[in-house]
Write a protein that binds this ligand. Structure first.
Ligand SMILES: NC(=O)c1ccc[n+]([C@@H]2O[C@H](COP(=O)([O-])OP(=O)(O)OC[C@H]3O[C@@H](n4cnc5c(N)ncnc54)[C@H](O)[C@@H]3O)[C@@H](O)[C@H]2O)c1
Length: 449
């Protein structure tokens, strides 16, 4: 049976190269049936692997962390958008194999790289995991393979870490191996933002690279939008997340101004949102978390610094966002003082510690910095979060989820994350609440930042 491209319903020849700006949608009846190695099975890699197995590919998931692989095998991992049942099916049907052995990628038709790209304590990009993963992929690359980098990174990274070293190994890119960058847009915990209903951007080194990579990823997205180069795709991701960072910083600044003027900022944002063009809402809060907004804009800043170029708007936004947890801490101290209580010895509950509602992820959560700051000044800090069992704080030690916070006496409750379907009605009985989520408009005696 002839192979049919999954890119377009029109069923073009397999070698057709998509033009820049082309939007390619998968034909639902066509299965890719490829063997794919997914390198890094975290928040992004595992759902990517499951999109591919759901479309009929055989996937080998390669991860350096044996504990993560064991958790996936035992189905003890947080998944969204129906991926839990996909995981059960993929394991049961042996479409997903799990290993720490990188040489298994030699057997694959395609390799997708999804390893972390964090920043270090000085906000400098930490390329350790990505460099190692790319070295391994280059070492094991085989003629005919399609290699797609999906980790968020600086513009030029695919060229530096994959294209140049593959050429050094003697491969001709676009003929022997096919290389592209295609950033992930996964939005954990937000119903309606499933990857398969979200477009994705892809930039290959050549047209044939784009065509091969789009064929592979068509089943992981609503449509694939082709750009002219890996660099354009890399920078697209940086723009998307920097746009969020700048607008969150602006929302925080407006919230502070509105509080100063005695105006409800959420009412103002709702009113501005009625404008059908030129505005989209962003909301104030205690800062940003996860591995995207607090990190990704620093990849751009780092790259511009090396070229002695300024990015003042991005710089200011990231500095303001980073300072937000300290602003929550400062406000908590003042609110306590106003109610006649010193911070030292105060019993403080942080309600919700994950970095955003509806998920258990506490990576880079502003709550961690707030807990550390309060604890370092002698407060007794506790937390309550239906999604999180344990928080390990550098200062406060190991904290466990308080299951019945409504039955205890608190000097202050700081609402950090208001989870959906989680009743916070008991806060009405609390004497002092600092609402850093800005979500509890009806709460009597609520304090804002
Ligand atoms: N989490 C999100 O919501 C999100 C959204 C869009 C994009 N991204 C980007 O996707 C990338 C991956 O993020 P994530 O959240 O999935 O990270 P993660 O930390 O959840 O998972 C990464 C996985 O890669 C593994 N790993 C590290 N080095 C490896 C190596 N050399 N070989 C094999 N496995 C290795 C780790 O053990 C881990 O299991 C990052 O660049 C991130 O910025 C993340």
């Amino acid at each position: 049976m002839p192979h049919r491209s999954p890119l377009c319903g029109a069923n073009p020849p397999a070698a057709a190269t998509p033009r820049v700006g082309a939007v390619l949608a998968p034909a639902p009846d066509v299965q890719p049936r490829q063997r794919v190695a997914v390198v890094g099975l975290g928040y992004v890699g595992l759902p990517t692997a499951l999109s591919l197995t759901a479309a009929g590919s055989e996937v080998v998931g390669i991860d350096v962390d044996e504990n993560r692989l064991a958790a996936i095998k035992d189905e003890r991992v947080e998944l969204f958008h129906g991926d839990a049942s996909r995981l059960a099916t993929a394991l049961n049907d042996q479409l997903l194999k799990l290993t720490t052995e990188p040489a298994t990628m030699k057997e694959a038709d395609a390799v997708v790289i999804c390893v972390p790209t964090p920043v270090d304590a000085h906000t400098t990009p930490d390329m350790t995991a990505l460099s190692r993963a790319c070295e391994t992929v280059v070492e094991h690359a085989q003629r005919g393979q399609t290699i797609v980098l999906t980790s968020t990174t600086y513009a030029g990274c695919t060229r530096d870490l994959l294209i140049a070293p593959l050429r050094q190994r003697g491969f001709q890119i676009g003929t022997d191996v096919f290389v592209a960058f295609s950033p992930e847009r996964i939005d954990p915990g937000v119903a309606g933002h499933a990857p398969e209903s979200t477009p994705r951007v892809l930039g290959g080194f050549t047209g044939r690279c784009s065509e091969r990579a789009a064929r592979l990823l068509a089943h992981t997205a609503a449509v694939v939008h082709i750009v002219s180069s890996p660099e354009a795709a890399e920078m697209t991701k940086l723009l998307e997340n920097t746009f969020r960072a700048v607008n969150i910083a602006l929302a925080n600044e407006f919230a502070d101004a509105a509080t100063e003027l005695g105006i409800d900022v959420i009412e103002v944002i709702s009113a501005a949102s009625t404008k059908p063009y030129g505005y989209m809402p962003f909301y104030p809060g205690s800062g940003v978390g996860g591995h995207c907004i607090p990190c990704d804009p620093h990849y751009l800043l780092w790259q511009m610094r090396a070229r002695r170029r300024n990015s003042p708007v991005v710089d200011a936004a990231m500095a303001a966002i980073a300072a937000r947890p300290r602003a929550v801490f400062g406000r908590a101290v003042r609110v306590l003082a106003d109610s006649g209580k010193p911070l030292t010895g105060a019993r403080i509950l942080i309600a919700g510690v994950s970095y955003k509602p509806g998920i258990s992820d506490i990576r880079e959560s502003p709550a961690l910095a707030i807990i550390d700051l309060l604890s370092s000044q002698g407060a007794h800090v506790f937390f309550s979060d239906p999604y999180v069992d344990v928080v390990r704080s550098a200062v406060a030690g190991t904290l466990h989820h308080v299951a019945n916070p409504d039955q205890m006496a608190w000097d202050l409750v700081v609402v950090h994350t208001a989870h959906p379907d989680h009743d916070l009605g008991w806060l009405a009985q609390q004497p002092t609440v600092l609402d850093a989520s800005y979500k509890l408009a009806d709460l009597p005696n609520r304090h804002l930042l």
